[in-house]
Design a protein around this ligand. Structure first.
Ligand code: SF4
Ligand code: SF4
Length: 106
């Protein structure tokens, strides 16, 4: 799947993420940390999501994507959805609804 880095999935979906407070200096989390995973509700900004440039481009970056603690998370598994050569269908779905990152729909 080709990710357009729109951040739509990181904002609009319910998902379990790595707790920012649980990340160790080497980018891992302790396996016995009961609070290493926290729930991020839909329509709420993920604390790991950074918006690049300005709102015109709306490009985003996951600030923990390169860290060891990201491996095996629901976010990494989500990236595996869809054919490898296709653009992410979720991005187009949200954009067709007129949704943007950081603008919750009532
Ligand atoms: S919705 Fe798709 S294209 Fe947008 S950030 Fe998520 S995986 Fe990438
Ligand atoms: S951890 Fe990264 S990939 Fe997962 S929701 Fe947050 S910003 Fe998106």
């Amino acid at each position: 799947m080709i990710c357009k880095r729109c951040g739509q999935c990181c904002f609009h979906l319910d998902i379990f993420i790595i707790n920012p407070r649980s990340i160790l200096p080497d980018g891992t989390v302790r396996s016995d940390d009961p609070e290493a995973m926290i729930f991020k509700p839909a329509q709420q900004m993920c604390p790991h999501l950074a918006i690049e440039d300005d709102r015109a481009t709306n490009m985003t970056t996951c600030t923990i994507h390169h860290l060891p603690c990201y491996r095996g998370t629901p976010c990494e598994q989500f990236e595996q959805l869809g054919p490898a050569e296709d653009v992410c269908f979720m991005s187009g779905y949200f954009l067709r609804q007129g949704r943007r990152v950081c603008e919750p729909q009532s």
